[in-house]
Design a protein around this ligand. Structure first.
Ligand code: NI
Length: 356
């Protein structure tokens, strides 16, 4: 939520090119509007935020700010959709509807999409489109996967309450540590023994805490972790099992467990129709189309998909390093084709929606 300079930079370029901006009331991020101002409405979404990483690419255009880097390629997304906005602006008189170009802050902390949706300025959007850099594919390749592409991401925390005592006399207390260990083990059976093998899911315990010395049995223990799933049904099933396992396992050890479960972004489910049409357009433009594998990482793009269908595509950007690595790079030759693709797709989708 600190993309002040990026927002100003985008505002300047868009205004210089006569692109209308909506008044969002937000400190960072923008919504540009191109077209008739009436329906149908298609949205292109770029995330504009960076990561707290110091860049080590040695590129001429590397970040000049220590500890801030576009290590997920969101600068690529921003440039791509800025390019699409300018291309669409040139075609404005011919557009059969409106394109809203979203420059969204704070994707990495799953906060930006919700902020923009609260403005209610996206309520009229009928289709949301986005792209993400993808080092696994080289420039010129587009990953299009219909259906679930990115997972939900929830956080859970379990507090286990026992009864502290002298470690020499466990019989007068209730040790929460065996309960904690049993809960950690039990949760491993959720994915392996409960979830349908054809469904993808992850339960990761990432933090455990109990006690602070060698001769005191602690009063409490703590577990924290994350649940990832590709459908909301599986996510809800895991949530319920986690509650049951934690409370019942703790009880079996004489303890009491309380679970806090925070639902994060839902899975990104790509609309099948738009994926088919997008693949056709991409091939016509000479791009190679692949079906990218799904990812257990989350994307707050899914929040927009509660308003209307849409799709998130993978833009092949090559490079030897993965997203979020300090040496991550995105091949600039992928930029123009991707930008052109989104401009053409947005216009074609407007034409299609206009006929409905
Ligand atoms: Ni990203």
């Amino acid at each position: 939520m600190k993309e002040y300079k990026t927002t100003e930079y985008l505002r300047r370029i868009l205004q210089e090119n006569g692109v209308q901006l909506l008044e969002t009331g937000l400190e960072t991020g923008l919504i540009a509007v191109i077209g008739t101002g009436k329906g149908p409405v298609v949205a292109l979404r770029a995330d504009i935020d960076a990561l707290p990483i110091t860049e080590q690419t040695n590129l001429a255009y590397a970040s000049e700010t220590v500890g801030v880097m576009h290590a997920c390629g969101h600068d690529f997304h921003t440039t791509c959709m800025l390019g699409a906005a300018l291309q669409l602006k040139k075609r404005e008189a011919a557009l059969p509807g409106t394109v809203k170009v979203i420059f969204q802050p704070a994707e990495e902390i799953n906060a930006g999409a919700a902020k923009l949706m609260e403005t209610r300025l996206l309520d009229d959007v009928q289709l949301f489109l986005a792209g993400h850099t993808y080092p696994e594919y080289t420039s010129g390749t587009l990953g299009i996967r219909p259906g679930p592409v990115m997972a939900s991401a929830d956080r859970f925390a379990i507090q286990i309450k026992g009864k502290g005592c002298h470690a020499a006399h466990p019989e007068v207390g209730i040790d929460p540590i065996p309960a904690m260990a049993a809960i950690v083990s039990a949760t491993q059976t959720i994915v392996s023994r409960q979830v349908n093998p054809f469904d993808c899911a992850v339960v990761s315990i990432t933090r455990v805490e109990a006690g602070n010395t060698w001769n005191v049995t602690p009063e409490t223990a703590f577990i924290e972790g994350t649940v990832r799933a590709m459908t909301t049904a599986v996510r809800d099933e895991i949530h319920q099992r986690l509650e049951e396992l934690a409370t019942c396992t703790a009880k079996a050890h004489g303890c009491e467990a309380t679970i806090e479960y925070e639902c994060g972004p839902e899975p990104v489910i790509n609309d099948i129709g738009v994926c088919e049409r997008a693949a056709g357009i991409a091939r016509e433009m000479g791009l190679t189309v692949e079906t990218n594998p799904p990812s257990m990482i989350a994307e707050d793009f899914s929040r927009y998909l509660k308003l209307a269908p849409g799709a998130l595509f993978r833009i092949g950007t090559g490079g030897a390093f993965d997203n979020h690595h300090p040496a991550f790079t995105a091949d600039p030759s992928a930029l123009w084709p991707a930008s052109r693709f989104f401009a053409v797709l947005a216009e074609e989708e407007l034409s299609r929606l206009k006929k409905i």
